[in-house]
Design a protein around this ligand. Structure first.
Ligand code: CP
Ligand code: NVA
Length: 313
């Protein structure tokens, strides 16, 4: 496996390896501080980022490399240079390319032409690096035995909903996604991919429109913003109205299991998708989750560069 372009690229064994290594990087951040010595990693983003940028730059530094941060309009790509040409040039300088942008197809095009590993750091469709941070956090709380547990995402059927279903499927989890449905439902192909993976992993995928039913008995309640980067402003009022019943409140958390936790990839909007009482309350693990963005990106860089991820083919 050369690139991490989609969550579904990862096999169960890859995820286990990455989570184990990330746990090690949490204990000993500088364990492999020569792995990228005298090498650069390009980090190219056409959307805003706090956590992913901080985590990526720190991960590269901890591996002994030099992060080169490139904003969308820094490159000639914004003036019409092709993705293929850009990928080939970056490959001559950097040892890996971490990329955040809108279209999933652009990240796949970069992966096709780059001779170095390309890592998806969020697209409109997916957010694979986030899901690794989420699952190492889940394991810190509940351990590796997830039998009988339910892992629930409630909110917009966006990139996070897609990635949540897919990673849960890879790990054989019982995953629930509750959205308002219709145009705010997860994409049909994302549901189909997760269901296909779940069929062989022993996982279970439920896609619902009932937030209370979804929350009931869950070990994890996960939320994300209702307006994602790139969502058109014109849809805001209609979308927020449709999503209002999907806000994570104390009442909704009370339906979850007694040992339940609240998770959120962040940034959060208190008073929209989650109440301050929940995200700042005792069940919230969002700061640990954010911390693990570094340990997991460090693990991805480490293993991809060594050619140690097998992929699921
Ligand atoms: N969760 C996440 O990707 O955060 P940023 O958008 O701040 O990178
Ligand atoms: N769904 C959000 C996730 C941010 C980390 C977005 O795409 O903006």
């Amino acid at each position: 496996m050369k690139d991490l372009l989609r969550t579904a690229d990862l096999s169960r064994a890859d995820v286990e390896l990455l989570l184990d290594t990330a746990a090690d990087f949490a204990k000993n951040p500088l364990r492999s501080s020569g792995a990228l010595a005298n090498q650069s990693v390009a980090i190219y983003m056409t959307k805003s980022s706090t956590r992913t940028r901080l985590a990526s730059e720190t991960a590269v530094a901890h591996l002994g490399g030099h992060p080169m941060f490139l904003r969308g309009d820094d490159l000639q790509i914004g003036r019409g240079e092709t993705i293929a040409d850009t990928a080939r040039v970056i490959s001559g300088f950097a040892s890996a390319l971490i990329v955040r942008t809108f279209a999933q197809s652009d990240v796949e095009e970069l992966g096709k032409w780059a001779t170095i590993p390309v890592i998806n750091a969020l697209t409109d469709d997916d957010h694979p690096t986030q899901l690794l941070a989420d699952w190492i956090t889940i394991r810190e709380v509940f351990g590796k035995d997830i039998s009988g547990r339910k892992f629930t995402y409630i909110g917009d059927g966006n990139n996070m909903a897609n990635a949540w279903m897919t990673m849960g499927a890879i790990l054989g989890a019982h995953v629930v996604v509750a959205t308002p449905g219709g145009k705010w439902a997860p994409k049909a192909d994302a549901i189909a991919t997760a269901q296909r993976i779940a069929a062989s992993s022993g996982g279970k995928i439920e896609v619902l429109t009932d937030p209370e039913g979804a929350a009931k008995g869950s070990s994890v309640i996960y939320s994300d913003v209702w307006m994602s980067m790139g969502d058109p402003e014109e849809v805001r009022s209609e979308k927020l109205k449709a999503l209002a019943p999907f806000a994570i409140t104390k009442n909704l958390m009370d339906l979850a299991s007694s040992d339940s936790i609240f998770m959120h990839c962040l940034p959060a909007h208190r008073g929209e998708e989650v109440s301050a009482e929940v995200i700042d309350g005792p069940k919230s693990v969002v700061w640990r989750e954010a911390y693990h963005r570094r340990t997991t990106i460090q693990a991805i860089l480490y293993h991809l560069n060594r050619g140690e991820l097998m992929g699921n083919i």
